[in-house]
Ligand binder design. Structure first.
Ligand code: SAM
Length: 254
């Protein structure tokens, strides 16, 4: 029979070898105050904090948003996720990142901070899938955050939808026919990743007489946030990646 002291010490040594957990937290669109209380608690409790590495040596959005809340003893783990379409390159990057996270999890809990919400077109989904493919026993938790369309609507001071209105979100636009179909179906349409197709979108909105009902928000909630409410005078805006466009289709469903 084991003594209570021996049992406690066995348990302690077993728990030392158990990997930590991965917790994905959505940290919101940029303003450090738009993190939830729960995400902040998870962030500050974790010994290791991972996030997507910024580009060209600049801090990434999630990294900037959490920098106020990080504590000196926390280990930072920037992970590289390329901005490409090539599925093979992406999968290789997700696997490399998952390997790094798994290795870090051997030393304790890891929080992965992601901009906006972690299940809304988020890198966290791919990271967690890749981790679980290789290590099905890994413990993964997700804490939601405020996503960019909601932050943009608040910045504009408009409701995104009311009553029975329908909302369409187009994560990227490869064909104008997709936008046309969305405008025929929904009362509110949100276009993410709009920067590369802005000129074509503007022309379609002009044809459909929707420019007055369209809004662009660049870097919502960040110090350099810019708002364009009504796009009639803005046919050739040069927008950064973190911009989105909202169209409120008038005179349809209340
Ligand atoms: C891959 S999606 C990520 C969405 C993110 N997970 C979220 O919850 O908002 C990236 C797109 O989200 C939009 N976006 C994210 N943050 C933004 C911000 N602060 N201001 C404007 N658009 C933003 C942009 O359209 C960008 O191209």
């Amino acid at each position: 029979m084991k003594s209570p002291a021996l049992e406690a010490s066995l348990e302690a040594s077993l728990s030392q070898h158990r990997p930590g957990r991965l917790c994905g937290i959505g940290v919101g669109p940029g303003d450090p105050e738009l993190i939830t209380v729960k995400a902040l608690r998870r962030l500050q409790a974790a010994p290791i904090v991972a996030f997507p590495a910024g580009l060209r040596g600049e801090p990434g959005v999630a990294q900037s948003a959490i920098s106020t809340w990080l504590q000196p003893h926390q280990q930072q783990l920037p992970l590289t996720f390329p901005y490409v379409q090539d599925e093979a390159i992406l999968k290789a990057a997700w696997k490399t990142a998952a390997d790094q996270v798994w290795q870090a999890m051997q030393n304790g809990d890891v929080v992965f901070a992601s901009e906006g919400d972690i299940s809304f077109y988020s890198t966290f989904t791919y990271l967690a899938q890749s981790l679980l493919q290789q290590h099905p026993e890994a413990q993964v938790e997700a804490v939601p955050g405020i996503c960019s369309p909601l932050a943009a609507a608040a910045a504009l001071g408009i409701p995104l939808t009311v009553r029975s209105q329908r909302l369409a979100v187009l994560p990227a636009l490869y064909q104008m026919a997709t936008l046309e179909a969305a405008l025929a179906w929904a009362e509110a349409v949100v276009l993410l990743k709009v920067s590369s197709v802005y000129a074509q979108v503007w022309s379609m909105l002009q044809q459909q007489q929707l420019l007055e009902h369209s809004y662009v928000v660049k870097h919502a909630t960040r110090p350099d946030q810019m708002i364009y409410a009504g796009l009639k005078d803005w046919p050739d805006l040069k927008l950064p990646y973190f911009s989105l466009l909202i169209i409120r289709v008038p005179h349809r469903r209340p």
